[in-house]
Design a protein around this ligand. Structure first.
Ligand code: C2E
Ligand code: CA
Ligand code: CA
Length: 559
């Protein structure tokens, strides 16, 4: 082990100011005593007194002069204790005092470097080198509260909706590389958009794993602020090439103005986030905070509370909508659709609670409840001699869960249902978010014999090459095409023909959704569509009513 190095101050202890002065005065006294002895013999008392006074004055001056550099060192040390930034002390006296001053300079330099590094770690995001959450807040508060500086600012938060999913599927070093690319793109966009939004200063920061933020001081007007949000979010969402695929972070942005929406960084960030949450529905994916958003949030929180207790009390049930097989003319399948029977017996449709369940993280237990209900009912129908394929919807969020397939398989076997009696409907957009991940996620389900359908086909952006590699069994043509057909839209028929041809090529069956009139059913069946679903055959009904429907069909068939 190397011997510990000793600092110069440890082995040369400089004398104190008082000690050195005492030494010099002592030497002077001795010298004057010697002079006095000689003088007594030879000179008069007057000469003796004069000599003595001169010697003492000389000794005092010498002592004072030698103590001066030491005094400077002591003053420097006091200053180091008191002040944050002190310039190095330059002493050219040689000897221990200069060495002491140099040692203090070195210690000060080291301390300043460590403080700088600690500040960097506390205020700078180490991956992107942008200010982090603390740095961002610190800077905004310092500027907003500085005397004489502007009190007007736009604080913007940009959430990267698809970042977590991508980061989980990549090696950490690759994910960091992509994040740095995104951060550069973001900082460039902020710089360009900020110069257009106002004359003031701006900041770009990374708040958390999937959140960037920006601040524009003294924006020209709220309209300029809004335009800033839209420009930056559009730049962030430009697809970028990543490992052979085009990928976009699906960013959304929210903004809040100081002093109107808050006077400190914490309030402004919170309100910008709130606006960002509501930006999902905005075509530009950008929104500014409004007081109404606070009220909407309160309503949302209360809905969340009710959802939670509704799940606990088992108020969510699957209703079943029939699917007609055009070849046999019989109802041979159905789709399970979630319904919520509130304590006051009102029935709520999924449009009201699925988005809230997704946002609050309650979609997992809610979807489990529907899947369990559908599987148990389907198993009971199969046991009663009426095997029927039940399709269950899967939300994009559920589908992203790594444990998704295993959870479904556990429920199916728990219900004692043959996997061939279950089909999962996954929307085209959820499938195409990451086709490679989709292929991995559905492999165990397919191996078990569970059917797989692409829901709302025609709404998303399917890549034909990805589609041909994904082993789905069914395409469900989105309702809008059947509606367009009903309206007499000339293109609708051509698009439907194209989808049917594509499905035939890929060996998939097609379900027409939203069939309300016989003419539509005839049109679809004549073109080779295998299944029809819609109000023409019945809306979603509780399990008992659906059983009765199957029962009547059985009697009719026998007759
Ligand atoms: P979806 O999967 O496209 O379901 C079809 C929707 O169209 C259902 O609305 C159904 O009632 C409605 N519909 C059926 N036939 C017709 C028709 O002839 N005309 C018209 N105009 N509409 C028809 P619903 O039940 O309100 O469901 C809406 C959406 O909610 C579903 O769309 C699905 O995406 C979602 N959803 C429903 N249940 C669940 C569930 O258990 N889990 C998840 N994740 N999502 C669900
Ligand atoms: Ca569906
Ligand atoms: Ca659908």
């Amino acid at each position: 082990m190397p011997a510990p190095t000793r600092s110069p101050i440890q082995h040369r202890r400089p004398l104190g100011l008082a000690a050195r002065a005492t030494l010099f005065i002592g030497a002077a006294m001795l010298a004057s005593a010697a002079i006095a002895a000689v003088a007594m013999a030879t000179l008069s008392w007057a000469v003796l007194t004069l000599g003595l006074a001169a010697t003492i004055a000389l000794a005092c001056a010498m002592a004072w002069r030698s103590a001066l550099p030491l005094q400077a060192v002591v003053a420097y040390a006091r200053k180091l204790v008191r002040e944050k930034h002190v310039l190095p002390l330059k002493l050219r006296t040689g000897g221990a005092t200069e060495e002491l001053a140099e040692a203090l300079n070195t210690l000060n330099a080291r301390l300043e470097a460590s403080t700088r590094r600690a500040r960097e770690i506390a205020f700078i995001d180490q991956t992107t080198q942008l200010p982090n959450h603390h740095g961002f807040q610190h800077e905004i508060d310092a500027r907003l509260m500085a005397p004489g500086s502007t009190r007007v600012a736009l604080v913007a938060v940009f959430e990267l909706r698809r970042w977590a999913q991508l980061a989980q599927s990549q090696e950490p070093s690759l994910a960091q590389r992509l994040l740095r690319t995104l951060a550069e793109r973001f900082a460039d966009a902020v710089r360009a958009a900020a110069s257009e939004a106002g004359e003031g200063a701006f900041l770009a920061a990374r708040l958390g794993a999937d959140e960037f933020a920006a601040c524009v001081f003294a924006p020209a007007s709220p309209a300029h602020g809004k335009r800033f949000l839209e420009r930056v979010v559009a730049a962030l969402n430009q697809p970028l090439e990543w490992r052979g695929h085009l990928w976009s972070p699906a960013a959304r942005a929210g903004g809040a103005f100081a002093p109107h929406h808050g006077g400190d960084s914490e309030t402004l960030i919170r309100r910008a986030r709130l606006a960002g949450g509501a930006a999902e529905l905005a075509p530009t994916r950008a929104r500014l905070f409004t007081a109404a958003l606070d009220r909407e949030t309160a309503a949302k929180l209360s809905l969340e509370r009710e959802l939670r207790s509704g799940i606990e009390r088992g108020e969510f049930r699957a209703y079943f909508q029939p699917k007609l097989n055009y070849h046999s003319g019989k109802i041979e399948a159905c789709e399970a659709l979630a319904r919520w029977t509130r304590p006051d017996q009102t029935i709520v449709g999924p449009g009201r609670f699925i988005p809230a369940a997704e946002e609050s993280g309650l979609i997992g237990p809610l979807a489990d409840a529907i899947l369990r209900d559908a599987c148990w009912k389907a198993a009971a129908w199969a046991r009663a001699g009426r095997p029927i394929k039940v399709a269950v919807n899967v939300s994009a969020l559920q589908f992203r869960n790594e444990d998704f397939a295993q959870g479904v398989l556990r429920t199916v076997s728990g219900a004692g249902l043959s996997p061939h009696c279950l089909e999962l409907e996954i929307t085209e957009s959820a499938i195409m978010e990451d086709p490679e991940r989709t292929a991995r996620a559905i492999a165990p389900l397919r191996a078990a014999g569970i059917g797989l359908a692409i829901d709302d086909f025609g709404c998303g952006h399917s890549s034909l090459s990805a589609l041909s590699k994904l082993p789905f069994d069914v395409i469900k043509i989105d309702q809008q095409f059947i509606r367009a057909l009903r309206r007499g839209d000339g293109h609708a028929g051509a698009i439907i023909d194209m989808i049917l041809a594509l499905a035939r090529t890929l060996g998939m069956e097609v379900v027409a959704e939203g069939v309300e009139e016989t003419a539509e059913a005839d049109f679809m069946a004549a073109r080779g569509c295998q299944w029809g679903q819609g109000f023409l055959y019945g809306a979603a009904v509780p399990a008992r009513e659906f059983e009765a429907l199957l029962h009547r069909q059985g009697i009719n068939a026998a007759a």
